[in-house]
Design a binder for this molecule. Structure first.
Ligand code: PLP
Length: 399
C-alpha cells in the first residue's frame, strides 16, 4: 500500500488487470490531452486552492461524521455516518462534478456534456456548470425523463439543456451512446464528464481523486471523536465513486475492514439485481475493462435495483482490483432490506437516506449482528428527498 496513489493506476490507467482505455484513435487523442492536463493541473497551487475554496464556501465541506445513538442501541454495534447527504445538492456526486468542471475551465472548454439515468449526475453537473458559467447538455432516455420529472425540472432551472433520447430502450445505455456522439461532434470546445469511477482512463482516477476528500475528512473526524479508527467502513457500490472516496483513506490501515455493498434487487434467479462483483465476468464496457454482467452473447445484461443510481452492469476498475487482491469485501443488500433500512434510519435518527445509501445502512445493520461491539462507519452518500414519492407509492408507510 506504500505510495499507493502514485502507483495505482499505472501510467496507462490499469488497476491490476482492469481499467485501461478502449477507444477509437481520434478519441484516444482527446483522452490523452485530458490526462496530461489533469496531471499538470492537479499539481498546480492555483487549481488546488480554488477547489479547496469551492469545497468550503460553496459545497459546505467538511460534512460531519455523526454517531447514530438510537440505531446503534438497536443494532448492537456503534454505527456512524459520514454525512454526504449534507453536501450541497444532496449527495457526494458534486465532489467530482465540481472537480471536472474546474478542469474544464482550465482547459478552456465551453460546454459540459454527460448522460444521466435517474438524473442525479445531471443535476450535480448542471449545478457545477451554473457555478462556472459553462454550458451544460444532459442526455437522458425518454423513459427516464417521464419517471424522473423533478430532476428534469431541476436541471432546466439550473440552465442545462436536457436532450431526450428516443431510440432503443430509451434509458441509460442509449443516453450514454447519445452523449458520446454529441461529444464526438465537438471534442475541442466540449468535455464529457463521467459520473462515477468508470469509463476510460483517466476518468476512474480523476473521479477517485476528487472523491478522496470524503475519506480524508472522515478518517480524521472519526479519530477525533473516538480516539481510534473504525473497525469497519461500509459504502454502497454502483459505479463505485462514493465507496472509492471513503475507502481511499483507509486502504493502508490493514485492521480496518472495508465493505462495498451492491444491490441484490429482487432475485438473482430472474436477473433482477446488479451484483456486478459477485456475478460479473471480465469484459469491456464503455471504453474500459471491468467485471461486467453479461448476457449469453456477451452484451451488457439488463440490470435492476430499486435504487436507480446503482443499476449499472459494470463497475469501477479499482474495485475489481481491490476485490481480486482481497483488500475490500463486496457484499449486498436486497430491495426489501433496503426499504426497511430507509424507514429505520428515518424514524430512529431523523435522517432520510437516498435509496442507494440505504443499501449501505441495510448491510451495516446485518454486519452489526455478527460484529457486536465493533464500530461501523457508513458513507451516507445522499439524502432521500428524490425517493419519497416512489417509496410511499410503491411500499406504503409502515405503522
Ligand atoms: C449516484 C449515486 C450513487 C452511486 O454511485 P457511486 O458512483 O457508486 O457512488 C450512490 N449514492 C447516491 C446518493 C447517488 O446519487
Amino acid at each position: 500500500m506504500k505510495n499507493y496513489f502514485k502507483t495505482v493506476p499505472t501510467r496507462d490507467g490499469y488497476y491490476g488487470d482492469f481499467g485501461g482505455s478502449f477507444l477509437p484513435p481520434h478519441l484516444q487523442a482527446e483522452m490523452d490531452k485530458i490526462t496530461e492536463a489533469y496531471f499538470t493541473i492537479s499539481k498546480s497551487h492555483e487549481f488546488i486552492s480554488e477547489l479547496r475554496s469551492i469545497r468550503k464556501h460553496f459545497q459546505g465541506r467538511p460534512t460531519p461524521v455523526y454517531f447514530c445513538k438510537r440505531l446503534s442501541e438497536k443494532a448492537g454495534s456503534r454505527i456512524y455516518l459520514k454525512r454526504e447527504d449534507l453536501n450541497h445538492s444532496g449527495a457526494h456526486k458534486l465532489n467530482h462534478c465540481m472537480g471536472e468542471a474546474l478542469l474544464a475551465k482550465y482547459l478552456g472548454k465551453k460546454k459540459l456534456i454527460a448522460e444521466t439515468g435517474a438524473g442525479q449526475h445531471g443535476v450535480a453537473l448542471a449545478t457545477a456548470a451554473a457555478y462556472f458559467g459553462l454550458e451544460c447538455e444532459i442526455h437522458m432516455g425518454e423513459v427516464d425523463i417521464a419517471k424522473e420529472h423533478p430532476n428534469v425540472v431541476r436541471m432546466r432551472i439550473l440552465g442545462a439543456k436536457v436532450v431526450p433520447v428516443s431510440h432503443g430502450l430509451k434509458t441509460l445505455k442509449e443516453a450514454v451512446d447519445s452523449a458520446f456522439e454529441a461529444y464526438l461532434v465537438d471534442p475541442e470546445t466540449s468535455i464529457y464528464c463521467i459520473g462515477s469511477v468508470v469509463g476510460p482512463h483517466p476518468f476512474p482516477m480523476m473521479v477517485r481523486d476528487f472523491q478522496r476528500v470524503v475519506g480524508i475528512e472522515a478518517r480524521e473526524q472519526f479519530h477525533e471523536m473516538t480516539g481510534e479508527l473504525p473497525d469497519n467502513v461500509v459504502a454502497c457500490v454502483g459505479g463505485g465513486s462514493n465507496a472509492a472516496g471513503i475507502f481511499s483513506a483507509f486502504l493502508a490501515d490493514e485492521e480496518v475492514k472495508l465493505w462495498g455493498v451492491e444491490p441484490a434487487g429482487i432475485s438473482y434467479a430472474t436477473g433482477d439485481h446488479a451484483c456486478t462483483m459477485k456475478y460479473g465476468t471480465p469484459g469491456v464496457i464503455h471504453g474500459f475493462k471491468c467485471n461486467v454482467l453479461q448476457d449469453e452473447e456477451g452484451n451488457p445484461a439488463p440490470v435492476y435495483s430499486v435504487a436507480s443510481g446503482l443499476d449499472y452492469p459494470g463497475v469501477g476498475p479499482e474495485h475489481c482490483m481491490l476485490k481480486a487482491n482481497g483488500r475490500v469485501n463486496y457484499s449486498d443488500a436486497n430491495d426489501k432490506e433496503t426499504i426497511d433500512a430507509f424507514y429505520e434510519l428515518s424514524r430512529l435518527e431523523g435522517i432520510i437516506p437516498a435509496l442507494e445509501s440505504a443499501h449501505a445502512v441495510a448491510f451495516a445493520t446485518k454486519l452489526a449482528k455478527d460484529a457486536q461491539r465493533e464500530s461501523i462507519l457508513i458513507n451516507l452518500s445522499g439524502r432521500g428527498d428524490k425517493d419519497l414519492d416512489f417509496v410511499v407509492n410503491t411500499y406504503g408507510l409502515p405503522d
